[in-house]
Design a protein around this ligand. Structure first.
Ligand code: SF4
Ligand code: ZN
Length: 289
């Protein structure tokens, strides 16, 4: 199998694009895919102060590297969740990545807010998601960033949508678009520059570029059943996932009413925000912070 672009030996075959490429041409191809997506959906601007939320996994590592290649100026934020060896290794990978690419790294430890993820009882991933969203937004706003970007992939968005629809849940369309503008002064814009890129495409890019990334799963990760369904459809219908998420763009609506948490003052859907409710279980404190 030969590279479609240069004729060298191909190392990558992309069924969704019906193309085989060598390593160098793949990196070029991937960079152009991300660039086109950012321009078409106005996901990030070169004049913005950008904060990249980086977990240490392949997707966020790929995001950091490709945005650097595309000439964006940014800093990165890693949240240490305190999940034993998993968090230590993730943090090391992010430190290596920031050194390798010479980007400014900020680390926030969840423990500084009074708890770590292993102390949470019950719906661990839900609490973890709440904590990450809260810290990302607050950190970005307090330090004057215009936008926080995350490494969500096409599979993340498609599986979230299918899972909620299948469960009869209202799908919050604003969670499924590549760029969410702030609806309040306390909210920083959110961006997903990899929203139409697949996990495999990120993985291939990260491997070819030799980027540091953490490969093991978080010990709390549930079985990704809805993602497996998305992978199955993609296998039978190459290109499905990308087309599906493109179809979701443009459905966003902002919440009707903006309220503020009576404890910390951040945006909230009720009297006390979800993050403060979690914190209160550990700190027994209702003081602001
Ligand atoms: Fe947090 Fe781990 Fe759940 Fe991901 S899988 S949301 S890192 S607890
Ligand atoms: Zn609060």
């Amino acid at each position: 199998m030969r590279c479609r672009k240069c004729g060298k030996k191909a190392v990558v075959s992309l069924r969704a694009y019906r193309i085989s490429l060598c390593g160098d041409c793949y990196v070029d191809f991937y960079r152009k895919l991300v660039e086109r997506s950012i321009k078409k959906y106005r996901i990030l601007g070169k004049d913005e102060r950008i904060l990249l939320a980086v977990s240490g996994g392949k997707d966020s590592s790929a995001m950091v590297s490709v945005l650097k290649e595309l000439g964006f100026d940014f800093e990165i934020l890693h949240i240490d969740l305190g999940i034993g060896e998993y968090s230590k290794d993730s943090r090391r990978k992010v430190e290596n990545l920031s050194e390798m690419l010479s980007v400014n790294l900020n680390i926030v430890e969840l423990e500084d807010y009074g708890f770590t993820i292993p102390q949470v009882r019950g719906r661990v991933c839900s609490a973890c998601g709440t904590a990450k969203r809260y810290i990302m937004n607050r950190f970005a706003r307090e330090r004057g960033f215009d936008v926080v970007a995350t490494g969500h992939t096409a599979e993340d968005l498609a599986s979230f949508y299918l899972k909620n629809i299948a469960g009869g849940q209202q799908v919050f369309a604003e969670k499924l678009i590549p760029r969410i503008e702030p609806f309040d002064a306390k909210v920083v814009a959110k961006a997903r520059p990899l929203f139409e890129i697949s996990e495999r495409e990120n993985m291939l890019y990260a491997l070819i570029k030799g980027l540091p990334f953490k490969s093991g799963e978080c010990p709390y990760a549930p079985r990704p059943e809805w993602k497996e369904i998305v992978y199955d459809i993609e296998l039978k219908k190459p290109g499905f996932t990308r087309n599906f998420v493109r179809g979701l763009v443009g459905k966003a609506e902002n919440p009707l009413e903006t309220r503020y948490c009576s404890i910390c003052g951040e945006i909230s859907s009720g009297e006390v925000c979800s993050f403060c409710k979690i914190r209160m279980k550990f700190t027994r404190s209702s003081k602001g912070f």
